[in-house]
Design a protein. Structure first.
Length: 501
């Protein structure tokens, strides 16, 4: 048995669809039924479900049997929208709260252009099945869209972090020490830190943290750097101070049952970054960086030391600061993990603001361009056989092949975890515009001094790249070759048919 809200929406969709099919306006249907146009509009939006006598009037005006109109079964054209209503999507995603899109508006859109909406819904469902997209994939895409809509800057979280800093002032400085954070967590929320349990459990030995609300204990792994511990304790402070109850209890969400769980994890993580890297202080640091006449990777290392944060935290924090305070909104962030032999690279995190920028995750198992700074820094990491806690930096100008898009790129790379042979890089890319060049002095001089900031022509993946004589190509340009083959076939067909010449 479908719930009453779904029944209302299905009934309303049927009425709207049949009315549009017969070319009737709401006023004309009102005249035929004797029911007011506003009341009929509420029915079509799924807000009202009429009594039997009124359904008889509507069915008669639309020329359909009563039973057909009230049945939960629908025609083929209506079926995709019904499947959508019956799915968990509308409940799982906070569409109305975040995007102003509710089920009623979906029904209204469907009623106006049923064939197009049907085709779109069917396409989305088929793509999701073909590419085996899980609910988590949609949740993550929704979260990234939410960040994009707000330019990845959330004043309420910035204020909360600053308020907590002020309340716990004796514990905080720059950089904030692990001991100070630990004391703040204990003093404010009576939560202690324990570092012995996780390493003893073989299945939990690689998990960085677990929180137990019953024991009021945050379990941390013993092999974490101070920067990693700072983030995890700061995130727990975020969960507690923001009173986020629907949350993960481990470091990495193993399964996101709801979107709220993913969103709250983002909020707590944002809070941790804002707590450790004060908005006002970091803005001043970016102003100082912008005045540099030549780029120097040491600036990144100085910021990492100043705040005692991880490379990922620093670059992600810059995606909060640059759009809001410097109007730099065309940017992307990505994280890439390299296999032990550096033959396979996986992009497991990405964020694009303002538009979908050229470097993006590829689900077709294609090979990312080896000219990316993200991958160059991982190769340097392997070539130097550096100690386990070493961080390397790479900066470049990336000009995308056969486009007018160029980006200023900074990448930081390190081993994925102690004892791991895999490596990870995080990258921040800023689209080069007149505004960006006027902001950062060193971008005006990079062409005159290539030793300071080298430029590389890049593409998205090797399979789709037509750059000639690329010494760093991992595989042949299969996509380009297939397209050229299709073009040749088309030319032969035109030659034979005489059409299109």
């Amino acid at each position: 048995m479908k719930d009453s809200s779904t029944l209302k929406l299905i009934f309303g969709a049927k009425v709207a669809y049949l009315r549009h099919q017969q070319g009737l306006s709401l006023q004309e249907l009102s005249r035929l039924t004797g029911l007011s146009a506003p009341y009929l509009h509420e029915i079509e939006k799924g807000k009202k479900y009429p009594k039997a006598d009124k359904i008889m009037l509507i069915a008669g005006a639309l020329g359909v049997p009563f039973d057909e109109l009230v049945s939960v079964y629908t025609s083929k054209k209506l079926q995709p929208i019904v499947e959508l209503l019956e799915s968990d999507w509308l409940n799982a995603f906070p569409l109305e709260e975040m995007f102003g899109l509710n089920a009623g508006k979906l029904m209204e859109l469907f009623a106006n252009t049923p064939d197009q909406v049907n085709a779109f819904i069917r396409t989305v469902i088929k793509m999701a099945r073909n590419y085996q997209l899980q609910t988590e994939s949609f949740y993550n895409a929704t979260l990234r869209s939410y960040q994009d809509l707000h330019d990845n800057h959330f004043p309420e979280l910035e204020s909360a972090a600053q308020d907590f800093r002020n309340q716990a002032l004796p514990y905080f400085s720059t950089p904030c020490t692990t001991e100070a954070l630990e004391q703040a967590l204990l003093a404010a929320f009576d939560i202690r830190i324990e570092r012995k349990t996780l390493p003893k459990n073989p299945r939990l030995a690689r998990i960085r943290s677990v929180f137990s609300p019953d024991k009021k204990t945050l379990f941390l792994n013993k092999n974490l750097s101070s920067a990693q511990q700072n983030f995890l304790i700061g995130r727990e402070l975020g969960f507690q101070y923001l009173q986020l109850t629907e949350r993960p209890y481990e470091t990495i969400i193993q399964k996101a049952e709801t979107f709220d769980k993913l969103l709250n994890n983002f909020k707590a993580s944002y809070f941790a970054s804002a707590l450790l890297m004060s908005e006002r202080e970091l803005v001043d640091d970016v102003y100082a960086l912008a005045r540099l006449s030549a780029w120097d990777n040491q600036v990144l290392f100085e910021l990492l030391r100043k705040y005692d944060v991880t490379p990922e935290m620093l670059l992600q924090r810059l995606t909060n600061i640059l759009p809001h305070h410097f109007d730099v909104k065309d940017l992307f962030f990505l994280r890439i993990i390299g296999s032990e032999d550096l033959k396979i690279f996986t992009m497991d995190k990405e964020l694009h603001l303002s538009q979908l920028h050229s470097p993006y995750a590829n689900q077709l198992q294609e090979h990312y361009c080896r000219r990316w700074a993200s991958i160059r820094v991982l190769k340097k990491l392997r070539a130097k056989a550096v100690p386990k806690d070493t961080i390397l930096a790479e900066a470049q100008i990336s000009q995308y092949w056969q486009t007018d898009k160029s980006y200023f790129i900074i990448s930081l790379g390190k081993l994925l975890s102690p004892g791991s042979k895999r490596s990870v890089s995080v990258t921040l890319g800023l689209m080069i515009t007149d505004q960006l060049q006027s902001l950062f002095r060193f971008l005006g001089t990079f062409q005159r001094d290539a030793t300071q900031l080298p430029a590389h022509v890049v593409h998205t993946t090797c399979e789709q790249c037509s750059v000639p004589d690329c010494n760093e190509r991992a595989v042949p340009p299969a996509y380009i070759e297939r397209r050229e083959e299709m073009d040749m076939i088309e030319q032969e067909v035109q030659q034979l048919s005489g059409v299109g010449l």
